[in-house]
Design a protein around this ligand. Sequence first.
Ligand code: NAD
Length: 500
Amino acid sequence: MRKITHNIVGSSTSSGGRTSPIYDPNNGVIQAEVELGDAAVLQQAVDAALAAQPAWAATNPQRRARIMFKFKELVEANMEELAHMLSAEHGKVIADSRGDVQRGLEVIEFCCGIPHILKGEYTQGAGPGIDVYSMRQPLGIGAGITPFNFPAMIPMWMFGPAIATGNAFILKPSERDPSVPVRLTELMLEAGLPEGILQCVHGDKEMVDAILDHPAIGGVSFVGSSDIAHYVYNRGVAAGKRVQAMGGAKNHAIIMPDADLDQVVNDLSGAAFGSAGERCMALPVVVPVSNETADKLREKLIPAIDALRVGISTDDEAHYGPVVTEAHKQKVEGWIQKGVDEGAELVVDGRGFTLQGHEKGFFIGPSLFDHVTPDMESYKEEIFGPVLQMVRADNFEEALALPSQHQYGNGVAIFTRNGNAAREFAARVNVGMVGINVPIPVPVAYHSFGGWKRSAFGDTNQHGMEGVKFWTKVKTITQRWPDGSADGAQGNAFVIPTMG
Ligand code: NAD
């Protein structure tokens, strides 16, 4: 059995002890095992990080950026290997796996500009003979805890800005698909990153708790489900760390009566069912405004859903592949049953789907519900599978209230030809990322990513300038050089200095 080990101090390190299985979601067999580390494994990584980080922080930012440039070249050269590795453990199709790598790489591209980004602020003559300037300094050691659904992009969201700003970084990827994060760590070392600056440790709650409690780790970035995000946030903050913790989602697509319904159907099919719905920016809830819009949309959606091809992740023709594990498949199918029990109309039932020759794979056909209502548990909670729920609204205000009042506030989209309605919606909706005729409004790398409410704990977003801010501390210097006068610039030394 292939064993996936930690990457500490620049090389593969085995901890022995507990392991967790990694499935091939296309056929249900266990293809590898990942070692689950503990506080002792983490300590080895922290020791190496402590030894390496001061010199890395003192390396001039252009040299740090050159390693980012080299890493980008290496990832591009290894794109096919990475995409296949990712697809084989996650189950998303190859084209989508390339997208996962590419979206992370775009954050690395942003980090190539770190010398420019890190220039501080300066005020000459803030007072008589006084200049004030600020600089951003690394936290020291940062850690990232990542989910299974974007095993390339999300680690790069975190380690790109953390490392470029001069931190050492310890990555704890999902134990369900850890091979790509390990490979990315190796490629960073190949790009010239000193040993100890990027390390990858594996584990479950035990390792996460060790990270959260370790006094030498200054900042923790987490992405995963909301209950765990909340737990990670509280425990990390209680230990005196800076923590950002992104959680789950239930994104709505509002369809105004004037929307281009053919575009909507096309966009919704991809956004609701792509990657088997295992995206935090998927659109699993559609809210047509008026019954007439709902009926027309339903009529167009059904044949589009029937035409979706579910296949193995290496099938170039497949729209989406299997979900990540058998347990996840059962959870999603459980939610479908719950929706039926709660009285929603199951228009297309994706349960019981099997693929010939891959009967043990974790496949789920696409499902469509109509007449879902906000009081249903299956509406309130995240399903994270290929299930689209239609909630009918009578008017714009009712549609606006649905995502605004939902416990999650990651993303939302509105489809309309009316600029005023779109503008009003964007200003008033209580959600962190908004798409206007754009189904998956994941901001580009030089902007930042983050939801509201139970979709994110902490106040700093991922990547862009927000990422740079998260991984650095501001130091502000007020300086005066002796000019030979006795009382200097501050006047009476017993009174708080002012610039009045
Ligand atoms: P998860 O919460 O199960 O796991 C995330 C990480 O937490 C993993 O590294 C895992 O090992 C660790 N973990 C699991 N159980 C733990 C515990 N009890 N204590 C401490 N750590 C624990 O999430 P997942 O299933 O891997 O990912 C899917 C979830 O992530 C969905 O809810 C999805 O919406 C969310 N997500 C959110 C965003 C975002 O930016 N808001 C992005 C991607 C995914």
